[in-house]
Design a protein around this ligand. Structure first.
Ligand code: ADP
Ligand code: MG
Length: 487
């Protein structure tokens, strides 16, 4: 692993400082309707077409909890190996903004639905556990649009009332690389569970990033700054790097850090102050009188446990034990459900080792080049296993297989047909090979004599010539054997 640049920068004063990071991730619950209304949550609809009386907060409206969203939050809690709280309370978080017609957000404050849990990170130098503080359910706000008109701001309430899970980590993260691994693992778990699609472009996953620095070896945390609403992993990493360096500079100048909320400017690549602790909001949380405390039974939770699929950590363990994959290979293949399904389909009928190499190597590179997901792969799992079997039984060489593979990427074709149609079958008939080899030796008399008189290095030359004359189709193993005999 190359040393990442940010690590160098953060630790630049002779490696004296370390950065401490805690994330508040906002994950949109996968659900057809909103947390307290029946409006659709579909992304990309015409503005203000998915707004019920509840979402617009008209007088007299009454929120009704969406049981499906509750189930999704509990499932996520189970996936995070967390404590599920059988009793939780919805509170009103009061503040004024144009895109918040209620004048408050319904959230959970003192009694969240999910308590402490953990996420395991797969880092290059081993695994690391990151603590989860809590997960609570809350409503999303609407959207203010400032750049459509020079004088006016528009408000779109389609997002108003959509269910979010806020997942708060402990301050356990220590580098931008760990943040990258944490977000990816969290997203992978939620995608396996089907509880959040993790689509960062559409804003389904975003985070408030809390950053502080301290001298290495120190037991106390430094004062943190919170960078609001960062919506890509890259930006999170850039913001942390900038912020950590800003704080180290202040400390080195003998100044103190103010606890404040900051914004990351993606164009200037810097964070800037939004509000200080002194003018921090007093949200005046209180239990929402429209909603009873939420109580779930053991039975309800147990039934949900039965719906939990095999999750990435367990799948990785199984892949390593059952298929003898390396931790590296297993981590890559379990990163999402679709990839692991594809892999398991390929190896149903073909060699595991070859399948692993072909998927992680050739297939991923080709998909990447065409910007395709594994679900859009032009090569089906069935046809890839056929290709692998053609290599395994000696019909084609690994080299020819790459040519066949390229043809397969052009469309979902049966590799056997490609081999037949293009005459790519490996030449494994000893008689035919002998004739070829005789001819090559004949054409290169001088070199053959040199070889016989001890210049053994020339063997490679002869192999190369035979392969060339055969158009790459000669069985390399047989060529070696026969050449040795003949020379
Ligand atoms: P708040 O609502 O004030 O932001 P939360 O408890 O919701 O408080 O979130 C606090 C977040 O800040 C958590 O993710 C926590 O891990 C993180 N955090 C707390 N102290 C520090 C610190 N000294 N440095 C970095 N992150 C911290
Ligand atoms: Mg916060």
């Amino acid at each position: 692993m190359s040393k990442d640049k940010s690590e160098y920068l953060i630790n630049r004063k002779d490696n004296q400082y370390e950065v401490v990071i805690g994330l508040e991730v906002h994950a949109q619950v996968t659900s057809e309707s909103k947390l307290f209304s029946t409006s659709s949550t579909k992304f990309g609809a015409e503005p203000n077409t998915q707004v019920s009386l509840v979402d617009a907060a008209l007088p007299g409206m009454l929120p009704v909890i969406n049981e499906y969203c509750v189930k999704q939050a509990i499932k996520t809690g189970i996936g995070l190996k967390a404590k599920i709280n059988k009793r939780s309370v919805f509170d009103r978080k009061n503040y004024f903004y144009a895109d918040l017609p209620q004048g408050y957000q319904i959230s959970q404050f003192k009694d969240p639905i999910v308590g402490e849990g953990k996420v395991i990170l797969d880092m290059p130098d081993g695994q690391k556990e990151v603590g989860i503080e809590r997960l609570h359910l809350e409503q999303d706000a609407g959207k203010s649009i400032h750049d459509l008109d020079p004088k006016n701001t528009f408000v779109d309430l389609n997002r108003s009332g959509v269910a979010l899970m806020e997942i708060v980590s402990k301050p356990d993260l220590r580098s931008p690389d760990e943040v990258n691994a944490y977000i990816k693992k969290l997203r992978s778990i939620m995608r396996y569970l089907g509880t959040c699609d993790g689509n960062m472009q559409e804003g389904s996953l975003r985070a408030d990033v809390n950053v502080s620095v301290r001298k290495k070896g120190s037991k106390v945390f430094g004062t943190r700054c919170e960078i609001k609403n960062v919506n890509s992993i890259k930006f999170m990493q850039m913001a942390i790097e900038y912020e950590a360096n800003r704080q180290v500079d202040l400390i080195e100048e003998g100044q103190s850090i103010d606890q404040e909320t900051r914004l990351f400017d993606t164009k200037k690549n810097e964070t800037r102050s939004m509000r200080s602790k002194e003018d921090a909001h007093d949200y005046r949380y209180f239990p929402d009188p429209d909603l009873l405390p939420l109580e779930v039974s053991d039975d309800f939770i147990e039934k949900l446990k039965l719906e939990i699929p095999e999750l990435p950590d367990e799948k990785k363990k199984r892949f390593i034990e059952k298929f003898k994959l390396s931790p590296y290979e297993a981590t890559i293949l379990v990163s999402d459900n679709e990839t692991s399904n594809y892999f398991e389909n390929v190896i149903k009928k073909s060699d595991v080792k070859l399948a692993t190499n072909w998927i992680i190597g050739e297939l991923f590179a080709a998909l990447n080049e065409k910007n395709l997901e594994i679900t859009e792969s032009p090569i089906s799992a069935g046809n890839l296993s056929k290709l692998i079997n053609l290599i395994k039984d000696g019909t084609i060489s690994g080299k020819i297989a790459k040519t066949v593979f390229e043809h397969m990427m052009e469309g979902d074709k049966d590799p056997k047909k490609i081999v037949d149609e293009k005459g790519l079958k490996q030449e494994s008939d000893p008689k035919a090979l002998e004739a070829l080899i005789d001819k090559v030796i004949d054409d290169n008399r001088e070199k053959a004599t040199e070889y016989k008189s001890g210049k053994v290095k020339l063997f490679g030359f002869f192999v190369g010539q035979v392969m060339k004359v055969s158009g790459g189709k000669a069985n390399p193993q047989l060529v070696n054997e026969i050449l040795k005999r003949k020379l």
